[in-house]
Design a protein around this ligand. Sequence first.
Ligand SMILES: [Zn+2]
Length: 134
Amino acid sequence: MTGAGPVPVADSVSAEFWAGCRRHQLLIARCIACEHLEFPPVERCTACWSDRVGSLRSEGRGIVEAVAFIRSSVVPQFMEQCPYTVVLVRLVEGVRMVGRLHGADAGEDPIGLAVRVDFVDTVDCSVPVWQPAG
Ligand SMILES: [Zn+2]
C-alpha cells in the first residue's frame, strides 16, 4: 500500500498506539487509576483526569454501528482508491473506533456485522482495518 495516501503521524500521545499497530496489536487507552477505557489515545483520563494512562490490548473484535460509503475525495491518493467503505466499530471492550472495511460486499449494508481487526502494512506504518469476522 505504499503511496496509498497520507500516513498517520505519531505524537507523544499516540506513539504507543501506532507502535502497537506495527506489531499488529490493537491498543486502547486504559486509565491506571480508574480503569476507564477510551479511544483515541489520551494524555489524561477523561473520567477522573489522572495522567496515569496506559494501554490495554484489545481483542480486536467488534460490531459495525455506522457506515459511510466513500465515492469521492479531495485527496488524489484517496480518490484513486474510491469507492471504499469506512465503518464505526464498537469494540467488545466498549470503545468505538473508525476504520476502513475490507472484504465485505461493496454497497451491502454492514451495520450489525461482526468484524475483526487486520492491519495494512506500508513502508511507513501499519494501519488497522476491519474485515468480516467470518
Ligand atoms: Zn481514570
